[in-house]
Design a protein. Structure first.
Length: 245
């Protein structure tokens, strides 16, 4: 075989190897794309399933103190505490793992409680769970579940429970509080009913928390705390002036 023929054969072999390599790359890319599409489809399906099956809904309804203050759960899933005749409504969207929410509660929690007890303000505590990534045990979801357990068990003590939970907020990036610790903290806030403890450890409202969180985030909420007065968003620091305190 002359040199020219050898060169052609060699070139043909190289070209064949290149074509094979390109085909393999294309197949690999296609496989990755198919995998991504499948993953997206599964994620969408899971979110739809969570919305379609939110699990049991908390039943919150009790006389919660003076000035005709009552407690209920709103159609949107917030815990409402206040007199039906209250002139103003404050909605607070918060995550119990959120440090800014902790600071908001420390600054304005007592102000809101006093306004509720005075009958002038009703507060809708809209507790969501989007910070599960900030702990290794999905503390955000477990704490939100406990929030509904507390409101259902004794709405009278809910504001005090919320304050106490924020005081014990775990640092981001750690393990979060265990369910047993959440129960112990609640006992210190007056929640000694065994049904409350079972609600926490069984994570009774975990599905509800997930579905509710997705709905709140889909509504446009992008950070916590998000504060609304009579449906209008305000800067959290403007709360005293917004409710006339």
């Amino acid at each position: 075989m002359n040199k020219s023929a050898k060169h052609k054969n060699s070139l043909s072999s190289v070209q064949q190897v290149d074509r094979t390599r390109r085909i393999l790359v294309q197949v690999a890319v296609a496989a990755v794309l198919i995998g991504l599409i499948a993953a997206i489809g599964i994620n969408v399906a899971l979110k739809k399933a969570e919305r379609d099956d939110p699990g049991p809904t908390p039943v919150i309804g009790a006389q919660a103190g003076a000035a005709g203050v009552t407690a209920s759960i709103t159609e949107s899933g917030a815990i409402r505490i206040g007199a039906p005749s209250a002139a103003r409504t404050v909605r607070v969207v918060a995550d119990l793992q959120c440090p800014a929410c902790q600071r908001f509660e420390a600054s304005y929690g007592s102000l809101l409680t006093d306004a509720v007890n005075a009958g002038t303000v009703a507060v809708e505590y809209d507790i969501i769970a989007f910070l599960d990534h900030a702990s290794s045990t999905e503390y955000s979801s477990r704490a939100a579940n406990a929030s509904f357990c507390a409101a259902e068990s004794d709405p009278t003590g809910y504001p005090n429970w919320l304050q106490t939970m924020f005081e014990h907020q775990p640092a981001e990036g750690g393990d979060g509080l265990t369910d047993d610790t959440i129960v112990e903290i609640a006992e210190g806030a007056g929640y000694s009913d065994p049904e409350f403890a079972h609600c926490v450890t069984d994570q009774t409202y975990r599905k509800f928390v997930r579905a509710h969180t997705l709905e709140v985030l889909d509504s446009g909420i992008r950070s916590t705390p998000s504060v609304f007065v009579d449906g209008k968003p305000i800067d959290p620091g403007q709360l005293p002036g917004a409710i006339g305190s």
